[in-house]
Write a protein of this length. Sequence first.
Length: 114
Amino acid sequence: MADKKLLKDYTKEEIAEFSALEKEAYEKANKLNKEFIHIESLLGELTEHWKEYFIFLEDQKISKICEFYGDKTAPFDDELREAIAANLKTSLNSVHKAVNYNTKKIDVGRIIDR
Protein backbone atom coordinates (compact mmCIF):
# COMPACT_ATOMS: atom_id res chain seq x y z
CA MET A 1 0.00 0.00 0.00
CA ALA A 2 2.96 2.36 0.35
CA ASP A 3 3.03 3.19 -3.38
CA LYS A 4 -0.50 4.62 -3.34
CA LYS A 5 -0.54 8.40 -3.60
CA LEU A 6 -4.26 9.23 -3.96
CA LEU A 7 -7.54 7.77 -2.75
CA LYS A 8 -8.52 6.88 -6.31
CA ASP A 9 -5.45 4.59 -6.52
CA TYR A 10 -7.18 2.03 -4.28
CA THR A 11 -9.31 -0.69 -5.82
CA LYS A 12 -12.57 -1.96 -4.32
CA GLU A 13 -10.79 -5.15 -3.33
CA GLU A 14 -8.11 -3.22 -1.43
CA ILE A 15 -10.71 -1.08 0.29
CA ALA A 16 -12.59 -4.21 1.34
CA GLU A 17 -9.45 -5.36 3.18
CA PHE A 18 -9.22 -2.15 5.25
CA SER A 19 -9.85 -2.32 8.97
CA ALA A 20 -12.98 -0.57 10.25
CA LEU A 21 -10.90 2.45 11.30
CA GLU A 22 -9.13 2.63 7.92
CA LYS A 23 -12.47 2.40 6.08
CA GLU A 24 -13.94 5.19 8.19
CA ALA A 25 -10.91 7.42 7.60
CA TYR A 26 -10.99 6.61 3.86
CA GLU A 27 -14.72 7.40 3.58
CA LYS A 28 -14.41 10.68 5.49
CA ALA A 29 -11.42 11.77 3.39
CA ASN A 30 -13.26 10.81 0.22
CA LYS A 31 -16.30 12.85 1.30
CA LEU A 32 -14.09 15.88 2.01
CA ASN A 33 -12.41 15.47 -1.36
CA LYS A 34 -15.80 15.48 -3.12
CA GLU A 35 -16.74 18.66 -1.26
CA PHE A 36 -13.49 20.32 -2.36
CA ILE A 37 -14.22 19.34 -5.96
CA HIS A 38 -17.71 20.86 -5.60
CA ILE A 39 -16.25 24.07 -4.15
CA GLU A 40 -13.77 24.26 -7.02
CA SER A 41 -16.65 23.92 -9.47
CA LEU A 42 -18.62 26.65 -7.69
CA LEU A 43 -15.62 28.98 -7.75
CA GLY A 44 -15.26 28.38 -11.48
CA GLU A 45 -18.92 29.26 -12.00
CA LEU A 46 -18.58 32.32 -9.79
CA THR A 47 -15.59 33.50 -11.81
CA GLU A 48 -17.66 33.23 -14.98
CA HIS A 49 -20.51 35.19 -13.37
CA TRP A 50 -18.05 37.95 -12.38
CA LYS A 51 -16.77 38.12 -15.98
CA GLU A 52 -20.34 38.33 -17.31
CA TYR A 53 -21.18 41.06 -14.80
CA PHE A 54 -18.13 43.14 -15.72
CA ILE A 55 -18.94 42.79 -19.42
CA PHE A 56 -22.53 43.85 -18.66
CA LEU A 57 -21.36 46.91 -16.72
CA GLU A 58 -19.06 48.00 -19.53
CA ASP A 59 -21.50 47.22 -22.36
CA GLN A 60 -24.29 49.15 -20.67
CA LYS A 61 -21.85 51.93 -19.70
CA ILE A 62 -22.75 51.59 -16.02
CA SER A 63 -19.14 51.17 -15.00
CA LYS A 64 -17.23 54.29 -13.94
CA ILE A 65 -14.32 52.96 -16.02
CA CYS A 66 -16.09 54.48 -19.04
CA GLU A 67 -15.26 57.93 -17.64
CA PHE A 68 -11.65 56.88 -17.23
CA TYR A 69 -11.50 56.11 -20.94
CA GLY A 70 -13.15 59.44 -21.76
CA ASP A 71 -16.60 58.05 -22.54
CA LYS A 72 -19.88 59.02 -20.93
CA THR A 73 -21.55 56.68 -18.49
CA ALA A 74 -25.21 55.78 -18.76
CA PRO A 75 -27.58 57.59 -16.43
CA PHE A 76 -27.60 55.37 -13.37
CA ASP A 77 -28.45 56.12 -9.76
CA ASP A 78 -25.15 56.64 -7.92
CA GLU A 79 -26.58 55.46 -4.60
CA LEU A 80 -27.70 52.18 -6.19
CA ARG A 81 -24.33 51.73 -7.90
CA GLU A 82 -22.56 52.26 -4.56
CA ALA A 83 -24.94 49.85 -2.77
CA ILE A 84 -24.31 47.15 -5.40
CA ALA A 85 -20.55 47.64 -5.19
CA ALA A 86 -20.56 47.66 -1.36
CA ASN A 87 -22.72 44.53 -1.21
CA LEU A 88 -20.54 42.58 -3.65
CA LYS A 89 -17.38 43.77 -1.91
CA THR A 90 -18.72 42.69 1.49
CA SER A 91 -19.67 39.27 0.12
CA LEU A 92 -16.29 38.83 -1.51
CA ASN A 93 -14.47 39.86 1.68
CA SER A 94 -16.60 37.49 3.78
CA VAL A 95 -15.79 34.57 1.51
CA HIS A 96 -12.12 35.52 1.45
CA LYS A 97 -11.99 35.70 5.26
CA ALA A 98 -13.76 32.33 5.59
CA VAL A 99 -11.32 30.69 3.20
CA ASN A 100 -8.30 32.18 4.99
CA TYR A 101 -9.67 31.27 8.42
CA ASN A 102 -10.34 27.67 7.43
CA THR A 103 -6.97 27.37 5.71
CA LYS A 104 -5.18 28.49 8.86
CA LYS A 105 -7.45 26.47 11.16
CA ILE A 106 -7.00 23.22 9.26
CA ASP A 107 -3.34 22.41 8.97
CA VAL A 108 -3.70 18.96 7.43
CA GLY A 109 0.03 18.37 7.22
CA ARG A 110 0.46 19.03 10.92
CA ILE A 111 -2.42 16.73 11.87
CA ILE A 112 -1.80 13.80 9.53
CA ASP A 113 1.89 13.77 8.66
CA ARG A 114 3.23 13.93 12.22
